[in-house]
Design a binder for this molecule. Structure first.
Ligand SMILES: NC(=O)C1=CN([C@@H]2O[C@H](COP(=O)(O)OP(=O)(O)OC[C@H]3O[C@@H](n4cnc5c(N)ncnc54)[C@H](OP(=O)(O)O)[C@@H]3O)[C@@H](O)[C@H]2O)C=CC1
Ligand SMILES: O=C(CO)COP(=O)(O)O
Length: 352
């Protein structure tokens, strides 16, 4: 198929490689012409993927209109904060061309202010005349490992009933296994909120709090992700899958993760702005912590780790205060909320 990836960053580049390996005719659009030239001439993208040789079949382009006229499927691989503007531009070109495509995004975060999931942003900026379906591809998939063709598993979900299965076919290769999942909300919430927990674990690592504390934050973090997710309509089981526990493990335990590394930098004394600047790549967990904290307040869901990280990032609470707030909060049962969500889900299944 003819596919255009929008975004010549780390994940966009590695996905373009997967698609070329799978026999597709792939263009990758980048706004930075130096990166576009580097991909076409050197077959590298050193600022985003070190020691990676990009197949010559990946054709980089710097003209958005041309890249869209090429595509039957468009993969949006830009950060959440750019998603609305990029989608708006893509939609305008599609409209002018009287063209309809399948859209798939791979971004992991929530929009600041609106708190929307990425498929909801895309929905707002497109219509049925330009878009067949809106899909997400998400799961434990560090770009650095995908680009060296290391075995990777992800999930696809979509607004319509067909998109996810088309995306499963399009991306699936020997080393990149794709599942489909009918829980779009759960897939997007898991992918977005794991970045908060990875950032928090990075801080713990930097402060040398130890492995017990890391296990606690990963486990309790998954609980609070599931708590908010199920209140937003997600299936609780999704959080035990690739886009929940899977992505949380890969992000909260790996030096590939920008969120984890950003947490370490914060613990070493860098400001949020300095850490993001030094990273040179997107750290979605910062904005998503703010959005999730506000959503938790709106839905009246308890998210103690998200709240403490929010205060650490934006309100300057001390490490001691953060530690005390988590360890000495009111006593609770371990599985109470999740039990309720599972009972609710079970009622839905048995009604069907
Ligand atoms: N890296 C990973 O391992 C994974 C990342 N993701 C998710 O994918 C999304 C993208 O991440 P990733 O590729 O890593 O990010 P990077 O920071 O590596 O790259 C972002 C890319 O988006 C481009 N970009 C930013 N704003 C615009 C814009 N307005 N118009 C066009 N291009 C734009 C940047 O261009 P420029 O170079 O000019 O700044 C850059 O090429 C994130 O939401 C991330 O969470 C998901 C799974 C794995
Ligand atoms: O989502 C990722 C792996 O699945 C990458 O996480 P980071 O954005 O923290 O690097």
């Amino acid at each position: 198929m003819k596919i255009t990836v929008i975004g010549t960053g780390s994940f966009g580049t590695s996905l373009a490689m997967v698609l070329v390996d799978n026999g597709h005719d792939v263009h990758i659009y980048g706004r930075n012409s130096a990166v576009v030239d580097e991909i076409n001439e050197q077959h590298t993208n050193v600022n985003y993927l070190k020691d990676v040789s990009i197949p010559e079949a990946v054709k980089a382009v710097s003209n958005l209109e041309d890249s869209i006229s090429h595509a039957e499927i468009i993969v949006l691989a830009v950060p959440v904060k750019a998603m609305r503007q990029v989608t708006r531009e893509v939609h305008a070109h599609l409209k002018a061309m009287h063209k309809k495509v399948l859209l798939v995004h791979v971004a992991k975060g929530l929009e600041l202010d609106t708190h929307l999931r990425v498929s909801e942003i895309i929905s707002e900026e497109t219509d049925d005349e330009t878009v067949q379906d809106i899909c997400v591809l998400s799961g434990p998939s560090h770009a650095e490992e995908v680009a060296r063709r290391a075995p990777t598993t992800v999930s696809a979900a979509s607004i319509g009933s067909d998109g996810a299965k088309v995306i499963q076919d399009v991306f699936m290769t020997q080393y990149f296994r794709v599942y489909h999942n009918d829980d779009l909300t759960g897939v997007e919430i898991g992918g977005a909120l794991k970045n908060i927990i990875a950032l928090a674990i990075g801080v713990l690592h930097g402060l040398n709090f130890g492995d017990n504390a890391k296990a606690a934050i990963i486990t309790r973090g998954l609980q609070e992700i599931a708590r908010l997710g199920t209140r937003m309509g997600a299936n609780p089981l999704t959080f035990l899958g690739l886009t929940g526990m899977g992505d949380l493990i890969v992000t909260a335990t790996s030096m590939h993760s920008r969120n984890y590394r950003c947490g370490i930098m914060l613990a070493e004394g860098r400001s949020v702005e300095e850490a993001q600047q030094e990273m040179g790549m997107v750290v979605e967990g910062v904005n998503t912590t703010r959005a999730a904290y506000e959503l938790a307040t709106q839905y009246e869901v308890e998210m103690p780790i998200t709240k403490v990280l929010y205060q650490y990032l934006f309100e300057d609470i001390s490490q001691e205060e953060a530690f005390y707030a988590l360890m000495m909060r009111e006593k609770t049962g371990e599985t109470d909320d999740l039990k309720e969500a599972l009972q609710q889900q079970y009622k839905e299944w048995t009604r069907e």
